[in-house]
Design a protein around this ligand. Structure first.
Ligand SMILES: CC(C)(COP(=O)(O)OP(=O)(O)OC[C@H]1O[C@@H](n2cnc3c(N)ncnc32)[C@H](O)[C@@H]1OP(=O)(O)O)[C@@H](O)C(=O)NCCC(=O)NCCS
Length: 177
């Protein structure tokens, strides 16, 4: 497994992984019609827009196994005055979970944020129902720091939690038990 910065040629692979991950994680929660028929084209449009007119603070990295994209993270550095850099997306392909890829991507993000936005923390939003991801973020040292409502494109409404790291140094060296 290796990690690297994403390039424009990764757009289709990232959109495909993003759509597939949403299908796996959000089946039974988001509408089937949305997950089966609309999600890929919507994710593709999002990623094309992100790569063609990238925000100055956007950072997208991917993990590869055998030259195939099996994970990605998208972060906006220094996005919030209080919470710091915003990890907007983190996904690992189902068949590559629990191999340390999520951790490697988070550590890459932490290292980048520390260098490019020194003094900033890191935060993200995770759905209340996404217990595996919550366990992962807690293992990575994230602290639940508030809640809000996620209104996905299919029109639903779901509780989400903010997880935050006020100091990114420990994340760089977090050990797996
Ligand atoms: C959450 C996610 C990114 C984690 O990535 P991953 O590569 O599977 O995680 P790692 O292998 O790096 O896990 C590191 C440690 O976190 C903990 N962890 C990870 N997933 C866990 C789970 N499902 N249950 C309990 N602990 C978990 C473990 O301690 C793990 O170490 P171990 O496997 O040696 O026990 C991945 O499961 C994923 O893509 N999920 C679907 C998309 C998603 O929900 N993204 C987050 C949206 S906010």
């Amino acid at each position: 497994m290796k990690t690297r910065l994403a390039v424009i040629d990764d757009v289709a692979a990232i959109a495909n992984l993003h759509a597939e991950s949403w299908r796996n994680a959000y089946r039974g929660m988001l509408q089937d019609d949305y997950l089966d028929r609309k999600i890929f084209s919507e994710r593709l449009a999002l990623w094309e827009q992100r790569f063609h007119s990238a925000a100055a603070n956007q950072h997208v990295c991917v993990a590869e196994v055998n030259d195939q994209v099996v994970g990605f993270a998208c972060t906006y550095g220094g996005e919030d005055a209080k919470w710091g850099s915003f990890l907007d997306n983190l996904h690992v392909a189902a068949e590559h979970k629990r191999l340390g890829i999520g951790k490697a991507l988070m550590q890459l993000v932490a290292g980048w944020s520390l260098a490019a936005y020194p003094g900033c923390g890191l935060y993200l939003w995770v759905l209340e129902s996404n217990a595996p991801a919550i366990r992962f973020y807690e293992k990575m040292g994230g602290v639940r720091s508030g809640e809000g409502t996620w209104r996905p494109p299919d029109g639903g409404s779901y509780t989400k939690f903010r997880y935050a790291w006020s100091n990114l140094e420990p994340l760089l060296s977090v050990a797996l038990s």
